[in-house]
Design a protein around this ligand. Structure first.
Ligand SMILES: Nc1nc2c(ncn2[C@@H]2O[C@H](COP(=O)(O)OP(=O)(O)OP(=O)(O)O)[C@@H](O)[C@H]2O)c(=O)[nH]1
Ligand SMILES: [Mg+2]
Length: 457
């Protein structure tokens, strides 16, 4: 079975906790603090590799977790950072949001990689909390939890050239003759259910990758036959060979077939229909084909979309003109590379956006979820703002993404935690916001599942 979609869950490593410790030295009654920081949790990265051809592995193995950071120790020993988890995916894999389908990254070349989630920050040890007034802080931070993310992986094959045609046109036969691929060939429609790739060698030192794509029929773009499930694979080819059956046995009008195929591609994507192409008039070993070919070539010369099209008469089965076909396909590949470079230029805006989202993680910090990371800078800044909701006469609720995340890192078991908590209230100006909202001493304030008494100081 060919698996080309999978939904997986990723979890970045948790940060290790900071440590509370004091130096123990002979003759020094009160050694200073020496608690080390916790290590950062490992990130989760996707990396495109030629070792994999399908997403089959992800069908059985769906949960991936990076290593946690180790806790800090005394003597200023920092915990080790958790190892980054690099998940290999086949070249041509895209990751997207499973709910909205929004693209997160597109790993189109070998070695391309993308950091999907960063590990949680390690908590700071007590050494880092000394100040002019606190020489011996009995406080440390907890490590931040690593973010979790569900992504949908979609494999879109990348080939130099795609063989596109109606079922039974002879696409798989051609691929089997021009490459070492061994696709199933049979005289019934939809023999090919998943695209096959073959490497075609020319002149010993040149190669091209050719995809034999399942048959397309009228209405494919809206789901007929194998529908758009496979049209999306053609989307990744750089050029097209339309394979048209000339016998007239199954389909009486080859020119009509060509028009329909192009119409289907166009309905699916304009870009696809605009790719460079040639036409292979197939099954020319059958005597009837000659007559159909004459009519076909005359008809399509009158069509604007095909009047300058290159047509080559072949027989996949009998091996007629396949050498010529390969040469023309190679020329087509060269043409298409220029075409692809131009298209990439036009699409530059899109790729810049992807780079930006990766930078956002680096700069914005840590444990960012995908939703977070997709926010624009202005929105990210908003995450630092604090909102106070009045729940009842004596109850208030604080809503602030960043503040909530920081409160989670407070180690309330530590003796001095209250002091640092108050510092944090000041830093985020939560005290001010509460005062403004009318909070009185003794009122209850909630932050998620945590509550404390308000004291105006
Ligand atoms: N006479 C003749 N028959 C051919 C030729 N090429 C393919 N066939 C026959 O046509 C039938 C279909 O061939 P396939 O190569 O499986 O066709 P396909 O386009 O891959 O079909 P799907 O996978 O169903 O889309 C088989 O019975 C082949 O033997 C040819 O050049 N001449
Ligand atoms: Mg086939």
């Amino acid at each position: 079975m060919f698996i080309d979609e999978a939904v997986i869950t990723l979890k970045a490593g948790d940060g290790g906790n900071g440590c509370i410790s004091f130096r123990k030295e002979k003759f020094v009654p009160k050694g200073g603090p020496d608690g080390g920081d916790g290590g950062n949790g490992g990130s989760v990265t996707l990396i495109a590799s030629n070792d994999l051809q399908t997403l089959l592995d992800f069908k059985y193995n769906r949960i991936f977790k990076a290593e946690d950071g180790e806790h800090g120790l005394g003597s200023n020993m920092h915990g080790k950072n958790g190892r980054e988890l690099k998940i290999k995916v086949p070249v041509g894999t895209q990751a997207c949001n499973p709910k909205t389908g929004a693209l997160i990254c597109d790993l189109a070349s070998p070695g391309a990689s993308f950091v999907l989630i960063r590990g949680g920050r390690g908590g700071r040890g007590n050494t880092r909390f000394t100040s002019s007034v606190r020489h011996a802080p009995r406080y440390c931070e907890l490590g931040e939890e690593g973010a979790e993310l569900e992504v949908k992986l979609v494999l879109k094959l990348i080939a130099d050239i795609g063989l596109v045609g109606f079922p039974n046109a002879g696409k798989s036969t051609i691929l089997s003759k021009i490459s070492k691929a061994t696709p199933k060939i049979a005289n019934y429609p939809f023999t090919t259910l998943a695209p096959n790739l073959g490497v075609v060698k020319i002149d010993y030192n040149k190669i091209m990758v050719v995809a034999d794509i399942p048959g397309i029929i009228e209405g494919a773009h809206s789901g007929a036959g194998l529908g758009n499930k496979f049209l999306k694979h053609i989307e990744r080819t750089r050029a097209i060979v339309y394979v048209i059956d000339m016998t007239g046995f199954e389909r009486p009008d080859p020119a009509e077939d060509l028009k329909t195929l192009q119409k289907e591609l166009k309905a699916y994507s304009k870009k696809l229909a605009g790719l460079p192409f040639i036409i292979a008039a197939n099954k020319m070993d059958i005597p009837d084909s000659k007559e159909h070919y004459e009519k076909f070539s005359k008809k399509i010369k009158r069509l604007k979309a095909f009047k300058d099209a290159k047509i080559i008469k072949i027989s996949g089965l009998a091996g007629l003109n396949l050498d010529k076909l390969i040469r023309q396909m190679y020329d087509l590949k060269i043409d298409s590379e220029a075409h692809a470079a131009q298209a990439a230029l036009a699409e530059d805006g899109e790729s810049a956006l992807l780079i930006d989202s990766n930078e956002a993680i680096a700069e914005g910090g840590l444990g960012l979820t995908y939703d977070n990371l997709n926010k624009k800078t202005s929105q990210r800044k908003k995450a630092f703002s604090v909102k106070v909701n009045k729940l009842s006469q004596n109850e208030y609720q604080i809503v602030s993404e960043q503040f909530e995340a920081d409160v989670k890192r407070i180690n309330f078991k530590a003796d001095d935690s209250l002091y640092y908590f108050k510092q944090m209230l000041k830093k985020y100006m939560v005290d001010k916001a509460l005062r403004k909202a009318g909070a009185q001493n003794g009122d209850t304030v909630y932050i998620r599942d945590f509550a404390f008494d308000y004291q105006d100081e």
